[in-house]
Ligand binder design. Sequence first.
Ligand code: ADP
Length: 160
Amino acid sequence: MKTAVYPGAFDPVTNGHIDIIERALKLFDKLYILVGENPQKTATFSPEERVGMLKESLKKHNHRIEIEHFNGLLLDYVKKKKSNVIIRGLRAISDFEFEFQRAQFNREFAKDVETIFLMTKDDYAFLSSSIVKEIAMFSGSVKGFVPAIVEKKLREKFRK
Ligand code: ADP
């Protein structure tokens, strides 16, 4: 069985993430979605909320994905799941430097783990969790950018 780990903060999940997940599911039998913490940022949603939104949005793929929060090193999680592939999405050039450094670092510590990059779909090239939160904060519409459950949770979070 071919498996891969897709890590991210998913704060919250966007249609850009969903697109990467659905495309990865065409390449792998099972996908482990790791909801992690980004030490550089304070999350808007709790780990439970982030996992909950992902689960609700990906219901139809239930049998082929596992979604959980993990507060530790990505490589430890990959080992725990007995996988050897990390999936990451790439948007603009600006993602490249960060991702390149991460992939090199991970290779240094686990030679048998490969990072595979899936290029963003054009429609989602500008889409990020931060932009979505910014729009929602100022009562803009995020329809079409995030799953319905996320739209609802954003409205609740930023209700004035
Ligand atoms: P992180 O904080 O680890 O970057 P994110 O939740 O922001 O976590 O993103 C997880 C992964 O999904 C990253 O590889 C990121 O580049 C990718 N990603 C996020 N948004 C998009 C998008 N619109 N199109 C393609 N990939 C994306």
